[in-house]
Ligand binder design. Structure first.
Ligand code: AMP
Length: 618
């Protein structure tokens, strides 16, 4: 297993190098580094500007993206082409987000399946990974501009509750932006590091991290011992944040001035103006007792006491979440040693007071709450770069490990740089009715197609009882022990049949070969992503055709003549599209077929339709 860093830019092996820390946030993102001279973490900013880059992507009519402050101006002007909160879509299917679909002002494709969501802008389709990669690319470019040096390596933070798919999606976004993602770190862990917690080897502590941002709230309870952070519990509300505080002030003023929602709906610009005034008031009240302004000739004012009355129920909600997080961690408030505040909204004094009262001790708020996560990511990056000699790096996997899925795609189970020992499991399913065996092919490497990676082993899981496609649940498990030996197990969960194999992942690979594989993955990232998107669209298209065909032959009587004709036409159009190298065309034909088939599929409530599309198939 590798312990040394490889400089991809120069091709040299070295111990010390610049790795940036990135906080890829729902509302704002930023980059931080350890300053080479002061050795202190700093957020990068262009002269006289904010370090925060709004996590917003706007596409012009030709599909060219712009990111950040410029894109933000289009939120109201061009809502269908202005993508905000892409982080909320990472690793999610439409089913995961459908209850909140109204939140997104742009078009999230409703395909009624469990495959990953896509966003439609004009005639282009984007995955949340691509959208996030635009943000990361902008951050990378800014950092390079400020630092006057190429930036190719990063530590990126994610919420503690992100699952495996969401973490992998974040890694992929980094790769697509031309970044070698050295480590994915939990946001609360990063925030704790920024306060120096966990940096001493013998430190033991229990920490609560309270993170109230622009649109989301979460609280995490962490335990540090021997320099290792463990997340004991998380809780929160993914639709509660500073925006709700602004809305409370807006409503207060609307009531006072007899303004209705209807009035505002008719005057988009007025509504936007009022929202900005409300946010200004909120920020002002963090350090003053009253706020007063002119709005179209009217005086709007609010006192701190009034504001605190308005937001008391919202703060109480966050405190309830803290209580639940403690209960899940099987702890009481007095067992928490340190409370760390994260997110711009924790600047509100009433928030700090409520949190401090709940835990019975003062909170840590000395580090800028907007920057604290990125600063911690920079500290983690510095440790990985080998600059912090007090820290021993744990053994890591030098290349990603995964298996082949439909269409020859690489599905990574253990990402490169994962700490070992480790164990990861993921479920797969079959793609043909009655499929009795499944070939598990294990690969090592960073490319999207297995043909470009290195095959390590292969075996057949046989004896799967005959079931319709999509029904078997095959759990594939990768276990890597402390010596770097990989054991791959596959088990069909309904029948219990299982099979396993042992591999030595790095066998026969020199450092130079590992390095070459990394270089290839970065140079080919864009093309790989295009190919992967095309293969995935084709696989999805083929599955939908198969399922629709099966459905129609079974349920013909439920369909009207015109439905049958329309469906046949849409199927034919999709079939044609599958022969071309155009994923946007395939996606739009899938979408058209879905539009036509949705009403009768719902009518028949056929489980097979949704059931057969669950999970990746092999
Ligand atoms: P974040 O997602 O962490 O960037 O949080 C941004 C949120 O913090 C927005 O809702 C801002 O309005 C809010 N915010 C920024 N500064 C202040 C302040 N001084 N007082 C209260 N809220 C603030």
């Amino acid at each position: 297993m590798a312990k040394i860093g490889i400089n991809i830019a120069t091709g040299s092996l070295q111990q010390a190098e610049m790795i940036v820390g990135i906080d890829l946030g729902t509302t704002n993102s930023l980059v931080a580094i350890i300053h080479p001279e002061t050795k202190q973490p700093v957020a990068l900013r262009e002269f006289n500007t904010s370090s925060l880059v709004p996590s917003i992507v706007h596409f012009d009519e030709f599909g060219n993206p712009t990111v950040g402050e410029v894109a933000r101006q289009f939120l109201e002007l061009d809502p269908q082409r202005t993508i905000f909160s892409a982080k909320r879509l990472m690793g999610k299917s439409y089913k995961d987000i459908q209850d909140n679909a109204g939140y997104f002002a742009y078009k999230v494709i409703d395909d009624n399946t469990e495959s990953l969501v896509k966003v439609q802008v004009g005639d282009q389709f984007f995955s949340p990974i691509e959208l996030s990669s635009f943000i990361l690319k902008e951050l990378k470019q800014r950092a390079e501009h400020i630092l006057k040096t190429p930036v190719t390596k990063a530590v990126i933070t994610v919420p503690a509750y992100f699952n495996d798919a969401q973490r992998q999606a974040t890694r992929d976004a980094g790769k697509l932006a031309g970044l070698d993602v050295m480590r994915i770190v939990n946001e609360p862990t990063a925030a704790s590091l920024a306060y120096g917690l966990g940096l001493k080897a013998d430190q033991e502590a229990t920490i609560a991290v309270y993170d109230l941002g622009g649109g989301t709230f979460d609280v995490s309870i962490l335990q540090i011992s021997n320099g290792i952070f463990e997340v004991l519990s998380t809780n929160g509300d993914t639709y509660l944040g500073g925006d709700d505080l602004d809305r409370a002030i807006m409503q207060f003023w609307m009531q006072a001035g007899g303004i209705t929602m209807e009035d505002l709906k008719q005057h988009q610009a007025l509504a936007q103006g009022l929202r900005l005034k409300a946010e200004e008031a909120k920020k002002h009240l963090s350090s003053h007792d009253r706020f007063s302004t002119d709005w179209n000739g009217e005086v709007l004012s609010i006192t701190k006491t009034e504001f605190e009355g308005l937001i008391a129920p919202l703060i109480a909600k966050t405190i309830d979440c803290c209580g639940r997080a403690l209960a899940d961690a099987k702890l009481t408030a007095d067992k928490i040693d340190t409370i760390v505040m994260v997110g711009g909204s924790t600047r509100v004094p009433a928030v700090k007071e409520a949190v401090s009262a709940f835990f019975g001790k003062p909170v840590n708020d000395s580090v800028n709450p907007d920057e604290v996560v990125a600063l911690g990511a920079a500290i983690q990056a510095d440790i990985l770069a080998g600059n912090n000699k007090d820290f021993l790096l744990l053994d890591i996997t030098p290349l990603s490990l995964g298996i082949e899925t439909m269409g020859g795609l690489m599905d990574v189970l253990v990402p490169r740089n994962a700490k070992i020992p480790t164990s990861v499991g993921r479920q797969y399913t079959t793609h043909v009715d009655g499929q009795g065996s499944m070939r598990i092919s294990v690969y090592q490497g960073e490319r999207d197609l297995v043909k470009d990676n290195r095959k390590l082993a292969e075996f057949n899981l046989t004896g799967i009882p005959g079931m319709p496609a999509g029904l078997p649940k095959v759990e594939v498990q990768f276990l890597i022990d402390a010596d770097g030996i990989l054991i791959v197990k596959a088990k069909e969960l309904r029948s219990g049949v299982e099979q396993s194999i042992e591999v030595k992942p790095q066998f026969g690979l020199t450092d130079e070969e590992v390095e070459q594989m990394l270089l290839d993955s970065l140079t080919n990232a864009k093309q790989d992503m295009v190919t992967r998107a095309l293969v995935e669209a084709r696989t999805e298209g083929e599955q939908i055709l198969a399922v629709t065909e099966k459905f129609i032959s079974k349920n013909q009587s439920l369909l009207t003549q015109s439905e049958l004709v329309d469906t046949a036409a849409a199927m034919q159009a999709l079939q044609m599209a599958l022969t071309m190298e155009d994923k946007n065309l395939i996606q739009s034909k899938i979408e058209e077929l879905n539009e036509i088939s949705r009403p009768f599929a719902e009518r028949a409530m056929d489980q097979a339709v949704s059931g057969a599309l669950k999970g990746k198939s092999i």
